[in-house]
Design a binder for this molecule. Structure first.
Ligand code: NAD
Ligand code: MG
Length: 390
């Protein structure tokens, strides 16, 4: 029996993880499930999987969760501290699938008790790569990538020497607006940005795919996870989303990972690693697919990629500032406060403001300093949005 926990269980990655676990219930004992406002889903899954503790991120929903799990014998809890407490319970494998910087603290708590952390929450590495890697190392814990591109790179690197790697290429679908005329982008609506051409994901990452902020985060994630220098990491637009990443070696070989756009592959790979077990994903018929296409990303369409490159070069707490500003700008776009193209402008304005304050981004990378940077970035993003509004 493996003890597992799922953070962000009610989301898209969380539900795909539960789908895999529920196919083989005798292999797993679920310690903790966590969610947000969808109490009905959280309670239903907690009952089916007979978990030890169910946690909602929202303290005001503790009563609802308690009611939904009455007579079940399942413990309930709520709030950010409860999330970290649940993450510190002994466990073998933890899925980190909360969206945003809120996933960092529970992930660190899981690593501190030595669990293998399956990391869908890319924001952890973007905000605090050094801290996450150091925490894993210090506690003999393993970190496995779940982002499809990073899982693909990880698989292509199996048995290889990282020093023989010349370049890593992560692919991008190009998002909802890849073929839109540039002048129409400013007026793009939330609804239009929330429709991904190939992947079925949570709303926030779907909009981030349209703006390429998702790929921007993934560039930083690649640098942090694999420890390669930024100039060796490339983004390639690949509208079919079948090749997830490629690794180029110094002898000229290029290894590609090809598969259907179904996150259960990357989740299942991390769940069963180092074995490969059967997974319920589509087997590609390449004769049917016929052809694959690739093109370079356009700089003018995707300013987020340029900002990510600056962040990688800057290092320190720049990733936390970048991510915090991006999260707040995305909130602003979803709430109708700013337009689609203004998100990158807001993030850039926040990064410039950080650069104007000597030392801010060079503070030691502790959880407190990361969360303080995140908070300041959100405050400054709000101010930048207010200024734009009038
Ligand atoms: P989602 O919005 O569908 O689900 C997010 C989960 O996090 C939910 O359970 C929600 O209740 C919880 N949550 C939200 N805010 C929270 C907070 N402040 N505190 C605690 N819990 C909170 O998101 P998703 O698409 O499943 O993505 C989850 C993570 O995985 C993100 O970091 C995303 O970038 C990454 N990821 C997702 C996919 C995908 O296919 N969906 C692919 C690659 C990476
Ligand atoms: Mg990805």
């Amino acid at each position: 029996m493996r003890r597992i926990s799922i953070f962000g269980a009610t989301g898209s990655i969380g539900q795909n993880t539960i789908d895999l676990i529920a196919r083989d219930p005798d292999r797993y004992r679920v310690v903790a499930l966590t969610g947000g406002r969808n109490i009905a889903q959280l309670a239903a899954d907690a009952r089916t999987l007979r978990v030890q503790v169910a946690v909602t991120a929202h303290e005001d929903l503790l009563g609802d969760l308690r009611e939904a799990l009455a007579d079940s014998g399942i413990e309930v809890a709520a709030g950010a501290a409860a999330l970290s407490e649940a993450a510190s319970r002994p466990c073998d494998w933890v899925m980190s699938a909360i969206v945003g910087a809120a996933g960092l603290a529970p992930g660190l708590a899981a690593l501190e008790q030595g669990a293998t952390l399956a990391l869908a929450n890319k924001e952890s590495l973007v905000c605090a790569g050094d801290l996450v890697l150091r925490t894993a190392r210090d506690n003999g814990a393993r970190l496995l990538p779940v982002d499809s591109e990073h899982s693909a790179v990880f698989q292509a690197l199996a048995g290889e020497d990282i020093h023989a790697v010349e370049r890593i290429i992560i692919t991008a679908s190009g998002g909802a607006f890849r073929d839109w005329p540039l002048e129409k982008l400013a007026a793009a609506t939330v609804e239009q940005a929330s429709a991904h051409p190939n992947w079925d994901m949570g709303q926030r990452i779907t909009i981030d795919s349209a703006s390429m902020f998702n790929k921007a985060l993934e560039l930083i994630e690649t640098k942090e996870y694999f420890g390669v220098s930024p100039d060796r990491i490339e983004v390639l637009v690949h509208p079919e989303s079948l090749v997830h990443a490629l690794v180029g070696f110094r002898d000229g070989a290029l290894l590609a990972h090809v598969g259907a756009p179904d996150m259960r592959h990357a989740i299942g790979y991390a769940l069963h690693w180092p074995e490969r077990r059967e997974l319920p994903v589509e087997r590609l018929d390449l004769a049917q697919v016929g052809s694959l296409s690739f093109r370079a990303p356009e700089d003018t369409r995707y300013p987020a990629l340029r900002l990510a490159r600056a962040v990688m070069t800057r290092g320190g707490l720049a990733g936390a500032a970048f991510n915090g500003a991006k999260e707040r700008a995305l909130d602003g776009f979803i709430a109708g406060r700013i337009g689609f193209t203004a998100m990158a402008m807001v993030v850039e304005a926040v990064l410039e403001r950080f650069e104007g304050r000597t030392g801010l981004l060079d503070a030691e990378m502790t959880l407190d300093n990361v969360m303080e940077t995140d908070h300041l970035a959100r405050t400054w993003a709000d101010e930048a949005m207010m200024k734009r509004a009038g």
